[in-house]
Design a protein around this ligand. Structure first.
Ligand SMILES: [Zn+2]
Length: 213
């Protein structure tokens, strides 16, 4: 059994991080982590375009460097991007200086491939695995650190695509920040769950927006 909804005490303990967006409207905030990767990222972009939904992509710097065209397409299609470190580091196992340096490196690569407004800095950050120390949070205080309200577990091999979809729908409420992955590992479940998730909530009158900078 996977707990898809973030337990209430985490946002209480880490109240300076963003777990959910306060809103009076029927709106949701999709996030896609670990891309850009040709294949899964392009699939996600096609689905988002079909439903006129927008999402926030937390990109790994190394993947941006390898696949700049896919990264540019994310921006061209009106989505937001955030920093997810250059090498997908686990904050609990990485010294603060190295963690900050790796995050800065991710920024540099993203800046290099920004389309249009070159002065537009990336201000959203999501720690890989959700693992970050209080010292690292303090060191990255220039960023808006985005956690989540709903985890799809699409990357977990032991979860069926149907359960991934059903449980994610059940855990979602207005203002939820929902995590999917545009990675090869999650591709099978994401290809099943993401379009159906968006369709379900679109039919219920929800809109999908980017996380406010
Ligand atoms: Zn990740």
């Amino acid at each position: 059994m996977f707990i898809h909804r973030t337990p209430f005490f985490l946002p209480w303990l880490y109240s300076n991080l963003v777990w959910r967006i306060r809103t009076e409207r029927k709106e949701l905030f999709l996030t896609l982590d670990d891309g850009p990767v040709p294949g899964p990222t392009e699939f996600a972009l096609d689905v988002l375009r079909k439903y006129r939904a927008r999402a926030t992509f937390f990109c790994i710097g190394d993947n941006v460097q390898k696949h700049p065209d896919v990264f540019k397409r994310i921006l061209q299609e009106g989505h937001a991007v955030g920093n997810h470190t250059f090498n997908h580091l686990n904050g609990w196992e990485t010294p603060k200086a190295e963690y900050v340096e790796n995050t800065t490196l991710c920024d540099a690569v993203m800046d290099e491939h920004q389309t249009g407004n070159k002065t537009k800095k990336v201000v959203l950050f999501r720690p890989p695995y959700g693992r970050i120390t209080r010292a690292q949070i303090k060191a990255l205080s220039a960023y808006n650190i985005i956690m989540w309200d709903v985890l799809s577990f699409d990357y977990t091999e032991s979860i069926s695509a149907e359960a991934c979809l059903k449980n994610s729908i059940k855990a979602t409420r207005p203002g939820s920040v929902i995590v999917f992955h545009d990675s090869l590992k999650a591709e099978k479940n994401m290809r099943y769950a993401l379009p159906r998730f968006i369709e379900h909530f679109t039919e219920k009158g929800y809109s999908f927006n980017i996380i406010p900078q």
